[in-house]
Design a protein around this ligand. Structure first.
Ligand code: OGA
Ligand code: MN
Length: 302
């Protein structure tokens, strides 16, 4: 049996204390189709409150992107928060003292794969060309440690809204199509004239064939587009590429985009399964540094 100290608050007093010190959680949409700003949470509640995790996962499903301005989330609590959402990716550990934290920077001293990260300047969905059969990541959390002087916004567009905006005939036709995704396709966009060694490295990564329309377990559908999408199976290569480009342009029209202008201490998380994202260009020598934690996915593109 546990004993309460006589001077400890009774459960009711304790609850009242928490209610009076905690601000109210609000979730305010930022555009018609993607993004919402969350206020009224702090890093302590994010790291420890499991009912808050459930609420935020539901809000992520509804809004695609959640923005926490000026949260000041530290690496340890960020990892704890993400562990509360699901299994996290630790496969890239070693570049930051905290397990589960991966630094995003174009500075090779901060990120050994910095050269590959230039591909983040094109619209993409993470994890469409894994080394194995891993499913795309479920959710990604980025916190800004240092920001670029100019550029370096992170932009988001809903891949669910992109599907929903198709007409009935397009939904029917595109629902049949399959697309080959490759690392080479995404790298070529930023490095159009690779050396034979670069090309060999890209080609060493196997390609993946995915449906153009992802039918999610939730019952929703989204378009699987972006830099890794190379060509449409069974279609003339140029015609297929033109179709993928047109669909991406429609999906990422400025009126469909939420662009996050970073301040140090901001945290943004996105639903990687149903959201396209990209970094707006920034000077490779800028100190911009984001700390990322990734929640693994368990839903294949199907
Ligand atoms: C990523 C990514 C964009 C950015 O971390 O997967 O694409 O703005 N980042 O750094
Ligand atoms: Mn990315």
């Amino acid at each position: 049996m546990t004993m309460r100290h006589p001077w400890a608050p009774t459960p009711a007093e304790d609850r009242l204390e928490r209610i009076t010190t905690m601000s109210v959680l609000t979730i305010n949409p930022l555009t018609d189709t993607v993004g919402a700003e969350v206020t009224g949470v702090d890093q302590e509640s994010l790291a420890t409150d499991t009912s808050l995790s459930t609420t935020l996962l539901a809000a992520l499903e509804d809004n695609g992107v959640l923005v926490f301005r000026g949260l000041g989330l530290q690496p340890g609590p960020q990892v704890e928060f993400c562990r509360g959402l699901g299994e996290i990716d630790t496969s890239t550990d070693g570049q930051h003292p905290v397990s589960g934290i991966y630094p995003i920077s174009l500075d090779a001293k901060k990120n050994a794969s910095a050269a590959y990260l230039r591909a983040t300047f094109d619209w993409h969905i993470d994890g469409c060309t894994p080394v194995n059969e891993d499913c795309p990541q479920r959710a990604t959390v980025l916190s800004a440690v240092q920001v670029a002087e100019t550029g370096g916004e992170t932009e988001f567009a809903s891949a669910y809204a992109a599907y929903d905006a198709l007409d009935e005939d397009e939904k029917q036709r595109f629902g049949q199509l399959r697309v080959v995704h490759s690392l080479e396709a995404s790298q070529r966009r930023v490095t159009p004239d690779p050396t034979p060694e670069q090309l060999a490295r890209w080609r060493a990564r196997r390609t993946h064939e995915h449906p153009l329309v992802w039918s999610h377990r939730s019952g929703r559908r989204s378009l699987v587009l972006g830099a890794s999408a190379d060509y449409v199976v069974g279609m003339d290569v140029d015609e297929g590429r033109a179709l993928l480009t047109r669909l991406l342009d429609r999906a990422t029209r400025p009126s469909n985009v939420y662009s996050h202008v970073w301040s140090v201490g901001d945290t943004v998380m996105w639903d990687n399964r149903g959201v396209l994202h990209r970094a707006a260009p920034y000077d490779p020598s800028s100190p911009r540094e984001m700390l990322r934690t990734t929640v693994l996915g368990d839903e294949p593109i199907q």
